[in-house]
Ligand binder design. Structure first.
Ligand SMILES: [Zn+2]
Length: 239
């Protein structure tokens, strides 16, 4: 995909995030790798549903601007949460896109003290993986960056407590699909709580079959198998 197509896709994903309520106001940010050390990112302070392709900014892995500013973006700065994105690209050479959003059900679950790191629906194995919840840190802080840097080694989707989500992928579409799937899962879990709580989850055999699919899709992260099977045991014991 060439740079122009990635800029247009970034606008479309921004529109989808806004239309589906995954971000509010000017919140959320997107980025995509153009080459090993050049990252295209959304600017700070603009609504994600109204972005134009020419407003995106190119930075290096240290966050320094490396594009030639144009009339459309000379007055703009990269997203204030750029550090989180850059950390993902530094730690994971395979990551091609990062999406940060404020999905309401996901954030609500952290405030209510629920853990999303469970295996209750197939999508959690096939697409999402185990989703860790990182402790709250001030947005833009180095503590938040370091926590993401550690978690992204083993995870493609993570929750930032009281704040939002961070998902990565082979391209913007995949990182966005993980965000959608995460919020959808949080909505299901919210309904489960309203219906009286989980009465069980997928059993070991079912999860093993899903792990085989995840492996075929090339999505396994270090330690994944043990993490999935560990969660199955926990759910069974609770049930
Ligand atoms: Zn945020």
């Amino acid at each position: 995909m060439n740079e122009h197509a990635i800029r247009e896709l970034m606008c479309r994903v921004g529109q989808q995030m806004h239309a589906t309520g995954l971000v509010e106001g000017t919140a959320g940010n997107l980025s995509a790798r153009l080459s090993e050390e050049r990252i295209l990112t959304t600017p700070s302070g603009l609504a994600k549903g109204e972005l134009l392709p020419e407003q995106m900014i190119i930075v290096n892995l240290n966050g320094q601007r490396v594009d030639t500013p144009t009339e459309a973006n000379a007055h703009l700065r990269p997203t204030s949460e750029l550090m989180l994105h850059l950390e993902c690209y530094k730690v994971r050479p395979d990551v091609q896109a990062v999406v940060h959003a404020h999905p309401p059900h996901v954030v609500a679950m952290t405030i209510a003290g629920y853990d999303l790191g469970q295996v209750l629906v197939p999508e959690m194995v096939i697409l999402l993986g185990i989703v860790p919840t990182l402790p709250y840190t001030t947005p833009g802080s180095t503590e938040g960056r370091d926590a993401v840097g550690t978690a992204v080694r083993e995870h493609d989707a993570m929750v930032l407590a009281y704040h939002g989500s961070l998902t990565v992928g082979n391209n913007l579409s995949e990182a966005y699909r993980r965000l959608e799937s995460l919020e959808h899962t949080a909505r299901i879990l919210t309904l489960v709580q309203q219906l009286g709580g989980a009465k069980g989850g997928l059993n070991r055999e079912q999860v093993e079959a899903l792990i085989a699919i995840r492996t075929r899709l090339g999505r396994m992260r270090p330690g994944d198998e043990a993490r999935f099977l560990d969660r199955v045991t926990q759910v069974s014991n609770e049930a």
